[in-house]
Design a protein around this ligand. Structure first.
Ligand code: P6P
Length: 337
């Protein structure tokens, strides 16, 4: 039997990373495999979402007599469950939960990492079959190993992040994760039920021709943002304009496309919501880490996302993220604000 060593599974890849990283304990590899397992379980349910009439709506009881959960609650339960019963995570923070969950058992209290995530971002799009995703970030805990983790473990600067990633449940299901050693993408192969390395060493093109923003808020944006949007729409021999506007309304799908093809995604602050809509800890920070590791940039319009000191778990921030040259162009317009 010929073993194709070229197509590494996520498990093989993380173990390969562990074997080649002096001093690694294997806890991060184990945590990433745990996330991959939860992602496969969530993927099964997300792919059935269109059958809700058969399977029953959230809150109902299905034919097996089981309570049907909202998919984002289902996803949250699965990611929290695998991490709680793993060996690498002392606790989690989730978009679905007001407070952190401290696992507080002997193994978890001795674990090196904490994890925060949006278990199913864009879940409102499920009913219309638009791609949705899970977004996660991993930090080394600050509190003493052997004791329960605490909220300060979660309110760290994004530039202290150890790893970040996302799963996109779309035309195919992909898991993309970044460490300081690079960004790699794995596509779920249903024939073997494994994520397989399909996008090694992802780089964000320095420039692209896609800009992503909700035009419905145009007149609520700052002058600089409006100037940049006009710049994207105008013929311009210097930057290859006009650009194409692509906005799915599902952050994982929009940022994933722009990461691969080049482009810029913007969720600016508005008059009504100066901090914008997106959450710092488990949406903007992880994507800022991933895109920067791939060669792009991410700011709140004034400072690097990864340099923002968090003060609360669910705080929001404006977000501008994508190809480095497009971010430079944006900043030239914002600086005229
Ligand atoms: P709007 C989905 O609800 C989400 O949190 C992100 O995935 C997405 O980028 C954003 O909101 C879309 O928000 O206000 O443009 O509909």
């Amino acid at each position: 039997m010929i073993i194709n060593r070229q197509v590494l599974t996520l498990d093989e890849f993380t173990i390969h990373q562990y074997r080649n990283f002096p001093g690694a304990t294997g806890e991060l590899s184990s945590l990433l495999r745990d996330i991959g397992l939860a992602a496969k379980r969530v993927n099964v349910e997300v792919n059935k979402a269109g059958l809700v009439d058969i399977l029953g709506d959230a809150g109902s009881v299905n034919v097996q007599g089981e309570e049907v959960k909202k998919l984002d609650v289902f996803a949250n339960d699965h990611f929290t469950g695998v991490l709680k019963h793993g060996i690498s995570c002392a606790g989690i923070a989730s978009e679905e939960l007001d407070d952190i969950v401290v696992f507080d058992d002997a193994v978890s209290n001795n674990s090196k990492y904490v994890c925060m995530y949006d278990p199913l971002d864009g879940s409102a799009n499920i009913d219309v079959n638009v791609s949705i995703g899970t977004i996660f970030a991993v930090f080394r805990r600050l509190t003493q190993k052997g004791s329960p983790c605490a909220v300060e473990d979660f309110l760290q600067l994004g530039n202290k992040m150890v790893a970040a990633g996302y799963i996109i449940y779309g035309s195919s299901t992909m898991l993309v994760y970044a460490t300081k050693r690079g960004v790699n993408g794995f596509t779920l192969d249903p024939s073997i039920g494994e994520f397989t390395l399909s996008h090694p060493d992802i780089k964000c093109p320095d420039k692209g021709k896609i800009y992503s923003v909700n035009h419905g808020n145009f007149f609520q944006y700052s002058d600089g943002v409006r100037k940049y949007i006009n710049c994207c729409q105008n013929k311009n021999k210097d930057n290859g304009g006009p650009y194409t506007q692509r906005y799915i309304g599902s952050m994982v799908a929009d940022v994933h496309r722009n990461l691969i093809k080049g482009g810029i995604f913007m969720y600016p602050g508005t008059i009504d919501k100066p901090k914008g809509k997106l959450r710092l800890l488990y949406e903007c920070n992880p994507f800022a880490f991933i895109v920067e590791m791939a060669g792009g940039r991410a700011t709140n319009g004034k400072e690097r996302i990864l340099d923002i000191q968090p003060t609360e778990l669910h705080q929001r921030t404006p977000l501008f993220i994508g190809s480095s040259q497009m971010m430079d162009e944006l900043e030239r317009n914002l600086n005229q604000d």
